[in-house]
Design a protein around this ligand. Structure first.
Ligand code: SAM
Length: 220
């Protein structure tokens, strides 16, 4: 099984984004695993005409919102199922989609971006020592890199395994992810030439669930 097949399997298990959010909007930005929670697209610091890249765009809900802000919205995802879902729902926004692996895209594309983001996306599932230099090549000087993911489990740092479950008779599929504490992310970003890096854990909204969201932001 390839990584792309694992993510195709994941795609089938994930519901589409709701038609509207709690504010009644048709598109919105959601950095966290909780609906109607957390900051919005303002973290990207871009306006109309900016070029914005989403690494691991999935079904495209966040990228669609970026497109409606007047930005040139480019999404990359390794899963054909995810890209097809994004295309069928959001093609009308004018977003551009590439079915390819993030590092491959960053190395082969000649485009430059004002902001690069990833929401529980390829930035979580790619070795940062490979990903961050590749992003810097595509990010305009001073441009924003921002990504979110689940915080690390205490004591479990670096490359970790994640299961994608299948039927009862089949073994789960495995993908790799990279987890670090916020302070370590700030160091890693500085080691790769990013500036003004911040990393924090946004608390979960009031309720039963306690796991927050790691939110990382830096300039290229
Ligand atoms: C957990 S989903 C999140 C999708 C989307 N960002 C969202 O918030 O709904 C992770 C996505 O990253 C994609 N992905 C994982 N590793 C990737 C890689 N190396 N290159 C491109 N896409 C990748 C998967 O196919 C999947 O669509």
């Amino acid at each position: 099984m390839t990584e792309a097949q694992a993510w195709d399997t994941y795609s089938k298990q994930r519901p589409e984004r709701r038609p509207t959010n709690a504010a009644g909007e048709n598109t919105w930005f959601n950095w966290t695993q909780y609906p109607d929670h957390g900051p919005g697209a303002e973290l990207l610091g871009v306006g109309p005409g900016a070029s914005v890249l989403d690494l691991g765009c999935g079904k495209g809900g966040n990228l669609a919102h970026v497109a409606t802000l007047g930005a040139r919205a480019v999404g990359v995802d390794v899963s054909l199922a995810q890209v097809k879902a994004a295309e069928s729902r959001w093609r009308h926004t004018g977003m551009t989609l590439h079915r390819t692996e993030a590092i491959q895209f960053l190395k082969e594309s000649g485009e430059r971006f004002d902001a690069v983001f990833s929401v529980f996306g390829a930035a979580w599932f790619t070795d940062p020592t490979v990903l961050l230099p590749a992003i810097r090549q595509r990010l305009r000087p001073g441009g924003v890199l921002a990504f979110s993911q689940r915080p690390p489990i205490e004591g479990c740092y670096g490359c970790q395994g994640s299961y994608i479950n299948r039927s009862e008779d089949e073994d789960p599929l495995v993908v790799k992810r990279w987890d670090h504490e916020p302070e370590r992310w700030v160091e890693i970003l500085a080691e790769h030439g990013f500036t003004a890096a911040t990393a924090r854990i946004l608390p979960a909204p009031p309720g039963h669930r306690k796991i927050g969201t790691l939110l990382v932001r830096a300039h290229g």
